[in-house]
Ligand binder design. Structure first.
Ligand code: 28F
Length: 638
């Protein structure tokens, strides 16, 4: 047994404290705390890599959940530690917070729950076995629950320098001692991304037939962003990478824009994930926003009078990794994962303004693509804000009075009721006359009053245009939406089959999708199909055709009855207004004869994207979308 001088007593008391309150050192004794033991040991090997001596770290999960970690660094020194009278190796594993990290200098993985040192692993393990080789012989020591079992001694000849630690977590301490491979995969892969060129392997040997996993990325955090964006469509050709240093702060940034709408920024300090962000992320965001606004103003994309582009809109579709190295990181926040060092914000901000500004100058087409996206994001956000205001504006929505233009139905059971939202007053008039007022309500919509061609989505959303729809349906919008309050179980959009009609339909669909989505998902929304053609002849019932294909079919049917094309006259309908009330009923409103299209959006997320395209400027994609995406379901009522 090792001799017990005052040093050893103090050491044991230190590690006793760790066993008494493990949560203080590794956060918890749950599965998370268990996995932290691995990170402690791996971090020491990574420090050796950061120091420039280790290029490979091999992690194995052995049967009975024993962990083995090996590196090819210099090997922990085994000579007598001048002050402590024991080997440096034993100091590293028995003195709290011992080890190179606290010797100042270099960027160590330390701070927060990281860097508490290998001694904590010793205190919380049933057994620890360490081998170290500095190129001349392999030395070993062993420990148990903080106590030294075997002091450092030579175990064999060996030439390959490095350190190997094998430990078994203490089942008396941890709620579980079963390691989860995926949890280790995620963190080890992250460490490999953050330390470009470092090869980290993981092999779960608890079961037969598993393979060694290798995490090795020469691209470092560029590869990280590529990994984050797998399966997304990038806007910029390749991941953008910046690095810089100032005031002892080392900065690495990788970023990429994709057509997605989410913002995804991962940040790290000395390889430690900072889930709560902090000054490095603040500096990054500020610098990004400034670089884009400076560019937009310089190239007159933003006019003098225009407000600045908001950071939130600029970051739509952005994936980024911000990794900084700081000598003395200060961690704040709920879970100690927020960087507090104030000097870091300025360093990152200026690197971003300088490097991102330069990137935008050198890549105008990418800059334009991103700015276009930003501007449509801004518009959608404003429209959504207005829609929220609408929902919050108590009076019109809470008012029990229904909109004046609504011709309501008599039936009170919502499941039997349907509301036609009709474009234009003339069609609205005919629909009111032609309908079956027992169960059909009519709400004429703004019609030509609003030239939807020019009006941008935000104007459409404002209240006097859509408010009647919201009040008539009764459900409220957005967070206040309540499907129980729906007054009609069929909401039928009836507009002309021309571009105007398609545009209005689109905007209504977009509005429903973004602010009353359950209506779409629940299948309450339909599109009325007015006829496109009428075939007529003296003494013959009018024949209505709903699209080109239908026209061919009807013509053939008539030919079989001996009525040739020459004998027929054909009218092409341009708008609902050309039909009188009776025709409108027969062709488009009578449940027995009409054709309704139920709007089913196969993939809500994809639709959200498509709708965003529809919110854009050019109408063409809008019309295509309507024709392609709304699924045709004939004679739904039967
Ligand atoms: C599998 C876990 O822990 N690797 C380590 C080293 C290398 C040195 C070191 C570690 C220096 C003075 C404390 C070697 N030669 N892998 C590891 N590799 N610790 S931990 O030094 C310890 C400190 O006291 C090392 C020269 N300098 C440093």
């Amino acid at each position: 047994m090792a001799k017990y001088d005052e040093n050893q007593i103090q050491v044991l008391e230190g590690l006793e404290a760790v066993r008494k309150r493990p949560g203080m050192y590794i956060g918890s004794i749950s599965s998370r705390g268990l996995h932290h033991l691995v990170y402690e040991i791996v971090d020491n090997a990574v420090d050796e890599a950061l120091a420039g001596y280790c290029t490979e770290i091999n992690v194995e999960i052995l049967p009975d959940n024993i962990i083995s970690v090996q590196d090819n660094g210099r090997g922990i020194p085994v000579g007598k530690h001048p002050k402590m009278g024991i080997s440096t190796l034993e100091v590293v594993f028995t003195v709290l917070h011992a080890g190179g990290k606290f010797g100042g200098g270099g960027y160590k993985v330390s701070g927060g729950l990281h860097g508490v040192g290998a001694s904590v692993v010793n205190a919380l393990s049933e057994s620890v076995y360490v081998e170290a080789c500095d190129g001349d012989g392999v030395y070993a020591a062993s420990f148990a629950r903080g106590k030294t079992i075997e002091t450092t001694h030579k175990v064999r000849d060996g030439k390959k320098p490095g350190t190997k630690v094998i430990f078994k977590p203490d089942s008396q301490i941890f709620e579980t001692t079963v390691f989860e491979t995926d949890v280790l995969v995620q963190r080890l892969r992250e460490m490999a991304f953050l330390n470009k060129g470092l090869k980290i392997t993981l092999w779960d040997k608890r079961t037969e037939g598993t393979e060694q996993m290798v995490f090795h990325y020469e691209g470092g955090i560029k590869s990280f962003v590529e990994f984050m964006d797998k399966g997304k469509d990038p806007v910029n050709s390749e991941v953008v990478y910046f690095e810089g240093e100032d005031k002892d702060v080392q900065v690495e940034i990788a970023l990429q824009y994709t057509t997605s709408y989410s913002e995804n920024i991962l940040s790290f300090v000395n390889n430690i994930p900072t889930g709560e962000g902090g000054t490095h992320v603040d500096g990054f965001k500020r610098g990004l926003t400034k670089s884009f606004n400076d560019y937009a103003r310089r190239f007159n994309i933003l006019k003098e009078k225009d407000d600045n582009l908001a950071g939130e809109d600029i970051r739509e579709g952005l994936s980024a990794v911000v990794s900084v190295r700081v000598l003395e990181p200060q961690f704040e926040g709920q879970t100690k994962t927020k960087l507090g060092n104030s000097e870091v914000a300025g360093v990152v901000n200026s690197i971003m303004i300088d490097k991102m500004g330069q990137f935008l100058e050198e890549n105008p087409s990418i800059a334009k693509a991103i700015l276009d996206k930003t501007i449509s994001a801004q518009r959608a956000r404003e429209a959504a804000r207005k829609a929220r205001e609408l929902a919050r504006r108590k009076t019109p929505l809470e008012s029990t009075t229904l909109p004046g233009k609504l011709a309501d139905c008599q039936e009170k059971d919502a499941s039997k009721c349907e509301i036609y939202i009709v474009e234009g007053d003339s069609a609205g008039g005919n629909a009111k006359q032609g309908r079956d007022r027992k169960f059909q309500a009519i709400l004429p919509l703004w019609g030509k009053m609003l030239n939807v061609e020019k009006a941008r989505a935000d104007k459409i959303y404002n209240n006097e245009k859509l408010n009647p729809v919201i009040v008539a349906l009764g459900t409220g919008i957005g967070a206040d939406f309540n499907l129980e309050k729906l007054r009609y179980h069929k909401i039928i959009l009836m507009a002309d089959a021309d571009v105007d009609g398609a545009h209005i339909r689109t905007l209504l669909l977009t509005f429903f999708f973004r602010h009353m989505r359950p209506l779409v998902e629940n299948g309450n929304i339909y599109i009325a199909q007015p006829p496109l053609f009428k075939l007529f002849k003296k003494g013959m019932e009018d024949v209505y055709c709903y699209n080109e294909a239908d026209l061919d079919v009807k013509l053939k049917e008539l030919e079989e009855k001996g009525i040739t094309r020459e004998q027929l006259s054909m009218q092409r309908y341009k708008g609902l207004g050309e039909m009188d009330a009776e025709q409108l009923w027969d062709t488009t409103m009578n449940p027995e004869t009409r054709i309704l299209v139920r709007v089913e959006l196969e993939d809500a997320v994809k639709a959200d994207q498509i709708f965003s395209v529809l919110m854009g400027e050019n109408v063409e994609p809008r019309r295509e979308f309507i024709e392609q995406n709304a699924k045709y379901v004939t004679n739904l009522d039967i």
